[in-house]
Design a binder for this molecule. Sequence first.
Ligand code: PMT
Length: 325
Amino acid sequence: MALTNGLEVQKEILDAEIKSFFDSAPPLKDSDDISGKLEEFVKKNSVPSGSGEVRRVVCVTSGGTTVPLEQQCVRYIDNFSSGHRGAASTEYFLKAGYAVIFLYRRGSCQPYCTSLPDDPLLESFECTDDSNIKVCQSHSEVVRNAITKTHAAVTGGLLLKLPFTTIFEYLQMLQMIAFSIRSLGPHAILYLAAAVSDFYVPWKSMAEHKIQSGSGPLDMRLVQVPKMLLVLRKDWAPRAFCISFKLETDSKILLEKADMALKKYKVHMVVANELSTRKEEVVVVRSNEKISVRRNQSPGVVDVECPLVELIVGRHSAYIENPDL
Ligand code: PMT
């Protein structure tokens, strides 16, 4: 009984911290437009196909959130993530027949674009004369692939792209998405690959204008971002299959931390990865198994996300069959 009360008190404190985070966040621009798009997307993908199958929907989060230091932001703290994991995973989920809500950091990697050159506009195109621009032969296949596949997925209503920059935008949009996919029950997945800030400056205590450097060293207090994972699981979308990621730079603590996250946040799976080897190997941590997933070296298979998504689709199918296991 005492334990139950202790947990209840902890949950109440967390709920209060989360409420204070959202109450003090700057209102999300285009919130009505975003909720309209989400409603339409989920509605379209909720209709069973001719075979009676309900389409599965996954929300893939990708890229790093920023923490602004000024309301009229000149400086900010950033979180490392190129967005490659999220972009590549989106491609494999689409290939597996899922509809994808891609919540991504503005300017980060995009699905079907990971093989484009660093500066796609300047490096993929050439001017043949004053009025003619054409794709360079060397890049024509990746450019055609990027345009046609993205266009087909978006116009086919299977890919909804929603950009964020700050931690405030990310968490507000994640909450909206979680609420909108609730109706899909176990057919929805939350695949949380974004690198989310752990500390932030509350909007109300943030300087409005550019902080002046003339006043000596900067003394600033950052507050902890409440971990949303537990409420996401328990309250926002309790029947969705929830996958979180754990990034560490020290391999000795990685699996232990992933195990702790699995238990603490009650997610269905934690994908553990180490910064330097994240493109080669990840470890899928579940309550009853730890599976190492490695990038296949055979020609044509370039990403670790390919076997990773394949494994997730299998575990998700089992979850749909029996969500209580
Ligand atoms: O984008 P790439 O360059 O390809 O790299 C991919 C990746 C390394 C960024 C990705 O694989 C990854 O590990 N993403 C999660 C990184 C991270 O933020 O880990 P974390 O330990 O800080 O957070 C763990 C989980 O808690 C995350 O699922 C996050 O969504 C969640 N979280 C974090 C902070 C917070 N305040 N609230 C949260 O809910």
